[in-house]
Ligand binder design. Sequence first.
Ligand code: CA2
Length: 151
Amino acid sequence: MARSILLVNGPNLNLLGTREPALYGSTTLPNVISLAQSQCDRLSITFSHIQSNHEGVLIDHIHEARSTFDAIIINPGALTHTSVALRDALLGVEIPFVEVHISNVHKREPFRHHSYLSDKAEAVICGLGVYGYEAAIEFAARCLEPKEKAQ
Ligand SMILES: O=C(O)[C@]1(O)C[C@H](CCCOc2ccccc2)[C@@H](O)[C@H](O)C1
């Protein structure tokens, strides 16, 4: 089971719970983080979180995760549909990851139907609202084995 999880949230997710509640619900990002921290505490999993509106900042944190985290749970936001660089960063660190989307992207505009990450994700969760984060943590705890640490 994963013993340490980094939760990554991409651009505009800092607005969660304050705009577009019909699409993304009314739970704020701080509340999502608090719930995730409590869930990880119960599972004896080390937890950390980053949210940034800047692609390069997210990439830097993913690089830094290589020596620390067994699993990444990522909601890339709109970078899902545009960022080869984010894909390359995840592939480069060789940390298993779960892709989460609050909305069902497949019921939305066609440009949201493609992800640069999904074919490399251990799992893709979308349309469950913020429960998707809880489900992703549970999946990581049960099913993601830590990769052998590089010597
Ligand atoms: O459904 C998801 O979680 C998305 O990753 C959210 C992205 C948007 C992130 C912005 O989130 C907001 C939340 C509240 C208010 C405004 C934006 C969107 O571009 C993806 O296609 C699907």
